[in-house]
Design a protein around this ligand. Structure first.
Ligand code: GDP
Length: 336
């Protein structure tokens, strides 16, 4: 119910004070900018809508002083009706009291009109903090928000907290958790992935949004960040992301129906398997946004590839039932 975008894509809104790290996050996650180069980014000004070849869709908002987003003149409905999650970025290296005040006001306002929007608080830039200070800051921020919410009788508001940094995988991990909440089909996806893993002796399987390297689902075996890193690095090795930016399929074909029928042409869909240290990695493009990546131990030698190909094919067909629209989405014109 939270996946509200008209085109069926989960829609995210990134908000927070100036210099909290919004442009950096969107550049690193969605545009492959090396984190160190965010030092030279221009800070977010006003509202930026982004259009991208991703399974999800998102917008970045600043707090421009002149724009009161709950001002009646401002078309709040139009914006918040489409949003599944509001990601609120707080700079943990800076004074954060004012940021929390604004966050609390926003949550209270949202609770009133849009109680279903998930509020996802990214306590950001934690890379610069000592372990102790990091933990204390995190707890303090949570406490300050929760106190305010219970004062107003909203202790059950859908607010979650994450510690993030663009200098490691934590930002991707957090986005993955945020996005998974917006996918009503998640239990189905997990069941499909579980079944694939047990049939093919796969240790870990991730369904990745290729462009952002956020995983939208994984099997329900315990996740460790190490296997996520191996799989996410593999995307870079195998898929030329610049091609995805220009992926012409939707437009070229003209009629979207044919895409719905066939999904990715198997001939075009990239399938590869490779040994990496003590593991085997298997990657298959599922549709224009998603790739399945599996991590297998040594006991799954390459000879089994045919079995895996077959079962992944079954998985891919099942997924088409789950996401009929993802195949159909044509390339969108960038919003103003
Ligand atoms: P915005 O105004 O919210 O869009 O903030 P920017 O994206 O312009 O970021 C402001 C500054 O914070 C930049 O100098 C970034 O390099 C820095 N920054 C962003 N994310 C991180 C992070 O995770 N860790 C650290 N240490 N710095 C960050």
């Amino acid at each position: 119910p939270n996946s509200k975008a008209g085109d069926g894509k989960p829609r995210l809104l990134l908000m927070g004070q100036r210099r909290s790290g919004k442009s950096s996050i969107s550049s690193v996650v969605f545009h492959k900018l090396p984190p160190s180069e965010t030092l030279y980014l221009e800070t977010t000004t006003r509202i930026k809508k982004e259009s991208m070849h991703s399974f999800m869709d998102f917008q970045v908002w600043d707090f421009p002083g002149h724009l009161d987003y709950f001002d009646p003149a401002f078309d709040v409905d139009n914006i918040f009706e489409e949003i599944g999650a509001l990601i609120w970025v707080i700079d943990a290296q800076d004074e954060y009291l004012e940021a929390i005040m604004r966050l609390n006001t926003t949550i209270l306002n949202l609770q009133h009109s849009y109680p279903n929007i998930n509020v996802e608080v990214f306590v950001h830039k934690v890379d610069g903090l000592s372990e102790d200070y990091k933990g204390d800051t995190f707890r303090d921020i949570i406490q300050r928000v929760q106190d305010e919410l219970s004062d107003h009788g909203y202790e059950n508001a859908p607010v979650s907290f994450y510690q993030t940094s663009i200098y490691d995988h934590s930002i991707f991990e957090a986005f993955s958790k945020v996005i998974q909440k917006l996918i009503p089909q998640l239990p189905t996806l997990e069941a499909l992935l579980n079944s694939l893993c047990s049939t093919c002796h796969i240790e870990k399987a991730y369904l990745f949004d290729i462009m952002s390297k956020i995983y939208i689902a994984t099997d329900t075996s315990p996740t460790d960040i190490g296997s996520y890193e191996i799989c996410s690095d593999y995307i870079d090795v195998v898929i030329d992301v610049s091609e995805i930016y220009g992926w012409p399929r939707g437009e070229q074909n003209g009629d979207d129906e044919s895409l719905t029928e066939t999904g990715n042409n198997d001939a075009e869909s990239l399938i590869t398997m490779e040994r990496k240290g003590n593991n085997y990695l298997y990657l298959r493009e599922i549709n224009k946004y998603l790739a399945l990546i599996c991590l297998m131990g040594d006991d799954s030698p390459a000879e089994k590839k045919a079995v895996i190909d077959y079962n992944v094919g079954v998985f891919q067909a099942a997924l088409k039932q789950v996401f009929p629209r993802a195949e159909r989405d044509a390339v969108e014109a960038p919003a103003a």
